[in-house]
Structures are given as C-alpha cells and as structure tokens.
Design a protein around this ligand. Structure first.
Ligand SMILES: [Zn+2]
Length: 88
C-alpha cells in the first residue's frame, strides 16, 4: 500500500536488493529481499513500503540510526566508518 494506502494484492516482486543491517555476534549482517510490488489503478506499479528500510536505502533503518549516533559521537567521519566497518 504505497502512497494512497489502498489495500492491493501482490503483482510481482522487485529485483533482489541487499542492505546492511546491525551486526549479529560481530558478523556483518545483510538483509536480502525481493520486495512486493502492487499495481494501483490510480498510481500504477509501485513497490510497497517495508518497515526495515527506505525504498532505495543501502542500510536498514536501525543501521542508519546507529551510524548517525556513532557519527555524532566521533571526532571524524573516518573514525566512525572504522567502528561501523562501512565505506563511502
Ligand atoms: Zn494508489
């Protein structure tokens, strides 16, 4: 139910997508999904909103929150990247 909130059945699934999530037991963790798409008569074919990430996000929402918190506590972006083990 993107945009209008109309209840629609699944049309198909988007291409596979992977985003970085919080580490699990010090191992990097990635969420790989094929998010359902719906065909709304008003808005066309759209990907549904998922609760764990933004539609084009490279990180889960929880990983984004942790990254922001670490960045605000670190003196440098390089230091925050090293702690979070992320690039770019
Ligand atoms: Zn719609």
């Amino acid at each position: 139910m993107p945009i209008c909130g109309r209840g629609l059945t699944c049309r198909d699934h988007a291409e596979p997508r992977t985003c970085r999530h919080l580490d699990t037991c010090q191992f990097k963790t990635f969420l790989s999904t094929r998010i359902p798409r719906v065909d709304c008569p008003e808005h066309g074919v759209l990907q549904v909103k998922v609760p764990w990430a933004e539609s084009k996000g490279r990180f889960s929402l929880l990983m984004e929150l942790l990254s922001i918190n670490v960045l605000t506590e670190c003196a440098t972006v390089t230091g925050a990247r090293r702690i979070l083990r992320i690039t770019g």
